[in-house]
Design a protein around this ligand. Structure first.
Ligand SMILES: Nc1ncnc2c1ncn2[C@@H]1O[C@H](COP(=O)(O)OP(=O)(O)OP(=O)(O)O)[C@@H](O)[C@H]1O
Length: 647
């Protein structure tokens, strides 16, 4: 060092003033002085954690002025080992993982790390604790682990800042021994200490007062510097800054394992973070799902509004059956006279379980596929544009004088084993058993797409249904195009003017309210909602990430101090964000889908789950995770190790 000074920006007084000194390879130097005199500042300079405000600093002949950050990181990582006053071990990792952290920063392959780390642990007598979590170690053991961590990379220089400060006499004794042993094996050791005895172990004693070097002398037992120089001549050279081939891939896999370790060692934080993400992404996914479901429901209602059909349910179906059809026919007649109504007809449907329909005998087993039994107005088939074969078959049903008759669907004919020719009708003489009565089959029909529910239907004349106790009665009304809603409003009243509650309109919609709903621009609303949720998710996640960075200050400082580049620190946090985001994306997708289904069920709408929902939530999760980690990662990577290490 030549004329080195350090003035901290926030302080008027220089922490170091014009310090010039030379430390030779293999020396054992004790830095002493009162509290606040500038010892740690000087040590940080030597360790490249800090830079002089003025003056020159050379390390192994290399001038540090203007040296790039990456080069400084590389020198710290390969040539310098730090032992801090508070041990700064990573409590959530095992002892051996802590000891190997410097090797990991150097990019030493995983398989080779264990050997060197174990050797370092043996050096400090901690090999038997290698699998224990570092947080379970005693204070003295932690400090020994800090020494193991510092020496596992076989550094040329070991810098120790009051390593015995918090230790009991026997632990202190051991730490001194290890440092002495390290020095005797060739390492240059510089130790900051308040402890006279520790200082007396060194070869040389440098005293700082108010930032000035006031004393620089050999200790009584100290070796002569020139002797030491000779011993230290066999040291290795400084590392090159260019990474070895294949190092990038290796370091990428290390980054992943670091990110996983960090996440799995703080389970509660990870789960809370994932939950916060998942809820937000679930909200977004649900917004997509509910949006699609809602617009589908509105579309259906709009489609119905543009239709020309109205359907009415009549409550007292069975009593109508038993009391005669006059009232029913009158009601249907009144509806058909409403302006814009083209046709109206009724349809009875017996409860399928109540009826028995067979072919040859009344007692034989029924067909496998359940058949449904109906009776309808004679105009029913023509109103619904359903073709019967022969063509006049439906008019036969309305003729009471002909007695019981049946028209059956082609599928019902197949099920019952009744032969027919598609364009002509059933084989002459065909008959079926309906509720114990023999009924001739006079026609067949093929349901249209609109009347698919009649695919297995058997139609009989209304009188044949009299014995049935449970039946649903509907009146189908066909209107001029676009008048369904208008007719729906008056249909009940037209059917039963004295008691309109008897007939309930099933379909048909209030066009006014639909207009209002559609005009509220559902799409834009959902998009806005998603955006707000996404922002919320990102802010929540970013703040949690930021707090994490704060709480991991010591760990980050340690990583930087032992030579982790800023980019490496940054990468680790972004990877953590990515992993959290991906898991939360999957969980959020499931949550959102479930919410959509539940909301649809409550509303009675068919749920619509767009296929892109699955990957959108995953991708959103990953993006949110990465985006929210960028700022905290940047903050982490910018932490000044010299300041952070003091926290
Ligand atoms: N980052 C900083 N910003 C402002 N002032 C600082 C900073 N770091 C250290 N100082 C100040 O510089 C002076 C020297 O501090 P330093 O830590 O080097 O002393 P020290 O001799 O190691 O003290 P101790 O023995 O108590 O650890 C102190 O007055 C301290 O408050």
């Amino acid at each position: 060092m030549q004329g080195v000074s350090r003035i901290y920006p926030s302080s008027d007084e220089p922490a170091l003033r014009d310090v010039s000194l030379t430390i030779c390879r293999g020396e054992y130097v004790a830095l002493v002085g009162q509290s606040g005199s500038g010892k740690s500042t000087l040590l940080n300079m030597i360790g490249l954690l800090d830079t002089p405000s003025s003056g020159e600093l050379l390390l192994f002949g290399e001038n540090l002025k203007g040296m790039r950050q990456r080069r400084r990181d590389a020198i710290r990582s390969h040539s310098i080992g730090f032992v801090f006053q508070s041990s700064h071990v990573i409590g959530s990792e095992s002892v051996i993982a802590n000891a190997a952290i410097g090797l990991r920063v150097q990019g030493v392959p995983l398989v080779d790390r264990a050997g060197s780390a174990l050797e370092a642990l043996e050096f400090v007598g901690l090999e038997h604790k290698r699998r224990v979590l570092a947080k379970l170690l005693s204070g003295g053991e932690r400090q020994r682990l800090a020494i193991a961590r510092a020496i596992s990379t076989r550094p040329l220089i070991v810098l120790a800042d009051e390593p015995t400060g918090n230790l009991d006499p026997s632990s202190r004794e051991r730490v001194i021994q290890y440092l002495r042993k390290l020095n005797s094996e060739g390492a240059t050791v510089v130790i900051v200490t308040h402890d006279r005895e520790v200082a007396s172990q060194a070869d040389r004693r440098i005293e700082i007062r108010d930032g000035r070097l006031v004393l620089d002398s050999l200790t009584p037992s100290g070796r002569n510097i020139s002797e030491v120089r000779e011993e230290g001549d066999q040291v290795r050279t400084l590392p090159s800054s260019t990474p070895a081939r294949g190092q990038f891939l290796r370091s990428l896999s290390d980054d992943w394992s670091d990110a996983f370790n960090a996440l799995s060692s703080r389970v509660l934080r990870t789960v809370t973070l994932i939950l916060a993400f998942a809820i937000a992404i679930g909200g977004m996914t649900a917004a997509i799902g509910i949006g699609s479901t809602t617009s589908n429901a509105i579309n259906n209602r709009l489609a119905i509004a543009s239709q020309d059909r109205v359907s009415l349910s009549i409550y007292d179906g069975p009593s109508v059956l038993n009391s005669g059809f006059e009232e029913l026919e009158l009601g249907v007649q009144r509806i058909s006279e409403v302006p814009r109504v083209v046709a109206a007809s009724y349809l009875f449907s017996a409860v399928a379980a109540d009826v028995r329909i067979t072919h040859i005998t009344p007692t034989e087993p029924e067909p496998d596929a359940p058949l449904t039994l109906h009776a309808a107005s004679s105009s029913y088939f023509s109103d619904l544009d359903i073709e019967t074969y022969p063509r006049n078959a439906s008019s036969l049903l309305g003729n009471a004088e002909l007695g019981p008759l049946a028209i059956i669907s082609t599928k019902a004919a197949e099920e019952l084993g009744i032969s027919f020719r598609p364009e002509y009708g059933p084989a002459p003489g065909s008959s079926i058993w309906v509720e114990g009565a023999l009924v001739p089959v006079v026609g067949i029909f093929r349901p249209t797409a609109d009347s698919a529910e009649l695919s297995s239907a058997v139609f009989v004349d209304p009188d044949s249904l009299r014995g049935v106790t449970r039946a649903e009665l509907k009146v189908s009304v066909r209107t001029e195009k676009g008048f369904a809603a208008a007719v729906a409003k008056v249909a009940s009243l037209a059917y039963a003017p004295g008691d309109p509650g008897k007939a309930r309109v099933d379909v048909g919609a209030d066009i006014q309210s639909i207009r209002q709903e559609v005009s509220s621009d559902l799409g834009a609303l959902i998009a806005l909602l998603s955006l707000v949720l996404m922002l919320l998710a990102t802010i929540t996640a970013a703040s949690s990430m930021y707090l994490t960075v704060q709480s991991r200050s010591a760990e980050i400082a340690l990583r930087r101090a032992i030579g982790s580049t800023r980019w490496l620190v940054c990468r680790t946090f972004i990877l953590e964000g990515l992993i959290i985001g991906a898991i939360a994306g999957l969980a959020g997708g499931i949550l959102g889908t479930a919410t959509t289904i539940i909301v649809s069920l409550i509303q009675g709408w068919p749920p619509v789950l767009p296929s892109e929902m699955a990957w959108v939530s995953f991708v959103l999760g990953v993006i949110t995770g990465v985006v929210s980690a960028i700022y905290p990662a940047w903050v982490a990577s910018r932490k000044d190790p010299a300041i952070a290490i003091r926290d």
